[in-house]
Design a protein around this ligand. Structure first.
Ligand code: MTE
Ligand code: MO
Length: 419
């Protein structure tokens, strides 16, 4: 039976076997360095990498170009988390001034006129192909509304809600944004470049600085994608919500990989290797897999699809007045299928009521919802929201622990105080 590398579990089992035998190239980083890094990270209790490079001191500017007013963002190292409360009253798209930023180093400034994409590798029929900004824009344009969400979104709840230790940026739920992306199909670019039937992986790489973690230079941010996904629905986006792609979000051109973990959507893409053999990078070996109890020593399959989550458009720990009716609002999303049901509990999970959905359920997007609430007693309580997607999956009460705190999907207990 021919291997179908679009099947996510089969893709991974193959990769893991090849990795274990040392057969797959490690795409630029010496494999011994990776093992060293992994050992150092395990010993220190932190990989550093997921935390956004060498931990930036709180006072250091995060290297992000756009303004980061505290009412819109919480700064976490080199990253900026969207405050969910700041989405209240906004439409289905995250406004650009409040879309989260996740940078391994810092935002580079690249003019569209200077930008080039080089497509190269032994998975092409001929030599390298170069795409200027104009050549890319001359290809048929497609538009899609899609979320980009960090694999570590919700990570802090492993500790605050489940009492477990995890490494990496302590996001609450704001490492997600939904935008209308316009761009060329990656499949059109790969076909023009002469992709061969025997190609298995593509490796897009960013033009931002090299990442140094625990003294090891990991090189520039890059993560292999199976060619089947690359040829399916991936965009090379140059517009976001009708604007030229802003610098912080990968301008002039980034990948947008629908429904997959945010690290797949490489920003400031400068070259794409097309390979006839499997590729590895630190971003699909030591990070962006599940490590921990119940997982193989080398970790789970590299993460692909995002999971299921819900968030209230309200500060964590908000004070709300008693006996006053208010509309609780929020959003739910899933990487697997459209979310078509959301239930809310205002009494810590004893009783649940159906929320009203304000958007038609869509793949790769989110639904806004609301529920009226009149608090009857003062004191601390918890608001809970749980989504169900079209695969029939409902958010669980707890998420199985993994050491790097990825893919948190449990129902979040949102603390509020009735006053
Ligand atoms: N070149 C490059 N691409 C990157 C990153 C990066 O640091 N450098 N971060 C990745 C991660 S981990 C995420 S979650 C998304 C975040 O996209 P955003 O900053 O536009 O929200 O970009 C991905 N693409
Ligand atoms: Mo991420």
């Amino acid at each position: 039976m021919p291997l179908d590398l679009s099947d996510e579990s089969q893709y991974d089992r193959t990769r893991l076997r090849q990795w274990a035998r040392g057969r797959a190239r490690s795409a630029g980083v010496d494999r011994r360095d990776l093992l060293k890094l992994f050992a150092a990270g395990a010993a220190a209790g932190s990989l550093g990498l997921a935390a956004g490079g060498t931990a930036a001191a709180a006072a250091e500017p995060p290297g992000i170009v756009k303004p980061l007013p505290p009412e819109l963002f919480t700064i976490r190292g080199t990253n900026a988390e969207t405050n969910f409360a700041a989405l209240r009253g906004t439409g289905p798209l995250t406004p650009l001034d409040r879309f989260f930023v996740r940078n391994h180093t810092r935002t580079p400034r690249i003019e569209a006129g200077d930008w080039r994409l080089e497509v190269w590798g032994d998975g092409l029929a001929g030599g390298p192909a170069t795409f200027s900004y104009d050549r890319l824009r001359a290809l048929p344009a497609v538009e899609r509304t899609l979320f980009i969400e960090c694999a570590g979104n919700g990570r802090s709840f492993y500790s605050t809600q489940q009492g477990q230790q995890v490494t990496g940026t302590a996001w609450t739920l704001g490492a997600i944004g939904v935008a209308r992306w316009r761009g060329a199909r990656l499949s059109d670019v790969l076909r023009q470049a002469g992709v061969l039937r025997g190609a298995v992986d593509v490796l897009p790489r960013g033009l931002d600085d090299e990442v140094v973690a625990n003294g090891v230079n990991l090189g520039r941010v890059r993560r292999p994608l199976p060619v089947s996904k690359a040829l399916d629905d991936v965009l090379l986006a140059y517009e976001m919500n009708g604007e030229p792609l802003p610098p912080d979000h990968g301008g002039p051109v980034r990948l947008v990989v629908p429904e997959w973990v945010g690290i797949s959507s490489i920003k400031w893409v400068g070259d794409i290797e097309v390979s006839a053999e499997p590729l590895y990078s630190p971003w699909n070996t030591d990070t962006y897999r599940l490590f921990g109890p119940g997982q193989p020593a080398e970790g789970s399959a590299p993460l692909t699809r995002q999971t299921l989550k819900s968030a209230f458009e309200l500060e964590l720990g908000a004070s709300v007045p008693v006996h006053r009716t208010r509309l609780l609002t929020g959003r739910s999303w899933s990487g697997a299928a459209p979310v078509h049901r959301v239930e809310v509990s205002t009494d810590g999970g004893a009783r649940w009521q159906r929320a009203r959905l304000h958007d038609a359920p869509r793949r790769g997007g989110w639904v806004r919802w609301s529920v009226p609430w009149t608090p009857r007693a003062t004191g601390p309580t918890a608001l809970l929201a749980r989504a169900t997607d079209a695969t029939g999956r409902t958010q669980p009460a707890t998420t199985a622990h993994n050491t790097q705190g990825y893919l948190f999907d449990a129902i979040v207990r949102h603390p509020v105080t009735v006053v």
